[in-house]
Write a protein that binds this ligand. Sequence first.
Ligand code: HGY
Ligand code: MN
Ligand code: MN
Length: 422
Amino acid sequence: MPPVVTEPVTAAGLIPFLDALAGFSAEGPGVTRRAYDDAWCDAHAWLQRQARMLGFAATPDAAGNLLFHGLDVPPHAPALLVGSHLDSVVHGGRLDGAYGLACGFLLVAELRGAGRLPVVGFATCEEEESRFPGALMGARSLIGQAEAGELDAIADERGITWRAALEGARARGCAVAIEDDAHPFAPPFAPRATLEIHIEQGPVLEREGLALGIVEHIAGYRRMRLDVAGEARHSGTTPMRMRRDALAAAAEMVLAVEALGRDANEPAVATAGVLVPEPGLYNVVPGHCTLGVEVRHVDAARLEALAAELLARCRAIAARRRVHVESGDASGQEPTSLSPELAATALDLAQQLGVPHRRMASGAAHDTMVFARAGVPALMLFVPSRGGISHSPDESTAPDQLVAGYRFLVALARRVAERPPR
Ligand code: HGY
Ligand code: MN
Ligand code: MN
């Protein structure tokens, strides 16, 4: 029998674990771990070694998702899945994804053998779309929803396909071989329920002085790529009245997107996060500009209305400025409600344990959306984010708040493993 790891030991291990994981990053400020890149592969290998050292298994699937489980848990067994994502945004923080996966990992060490349902930790390969516009392709592959065609259809900004990048990671031991080309991603376990703990990434818990958020809804998003086409001309010789400047038009669209977000009531948000003018020279009036925009809302009808209004405003700007605009969907997620039964269990437990908490919605997207929409009872927990900051090197949460969140997760997972949702 492997030694039983006691709660204080694992909770004390949380912060050093996060410190170590944050060390796996590409150059630059904060943490950059894009799916299957060197830092990601190094972190993946480190996680596998850590699991072996603690006497449990770390099993990669065909997409490079990593599952942590007791050696006695058979493949495809029903399980309580607990974890988060391994990848990060470019120049992101050390906790987004990492916190939830560290908690899932330590939980496996702590709960092995306890409860009727085995606890399996997970680290999904890709959640952030910081490399592939894959619409939560890590979670989708983990439950067998990602399709064979996506391996060649999804590519990064350099044209490297999901398939090619994955082959590189596989060569480094971070994924197993695809056994069935028609159905490349078979779920390694049968999730009976999932839990994901995460930093809030917003200001609510800190502002209200609370330790815990019990997340009942997650906002959906629509990401669109706008191709703005004007006319490239000499910047020194083209009078201002003769210009059809694609960048100037796109700049006006950026402000229109911001105004749309401001005009709509909270929790609506609208962001232009990508702007690529071409040819990008001092002496050429920009003839083309790519603009990447997104809108988010927890309500599906409002989300659709926001997307439609955004396009209408941008088209009006294009017409007035005599440029052409083409729009295409980049990716999207439907707003998603999480398990009322698990939320009730978490609320009851928080009251019992005297943990200051609230029910809330998430403005950020998460892997949990995929599990919930697939009909798996799924819940998220939030801990406070200092200043509400995330997707930034400044992302931080006090260690005692991280540990308190972990302890609550342990208590909740114990309860769910003992009495799984129906
Ligand atoms: O973009 C999101 O909401 C998430 O952080 N992936
Ligand atoms: Mn994120
Ligand atoms: Mn995240």
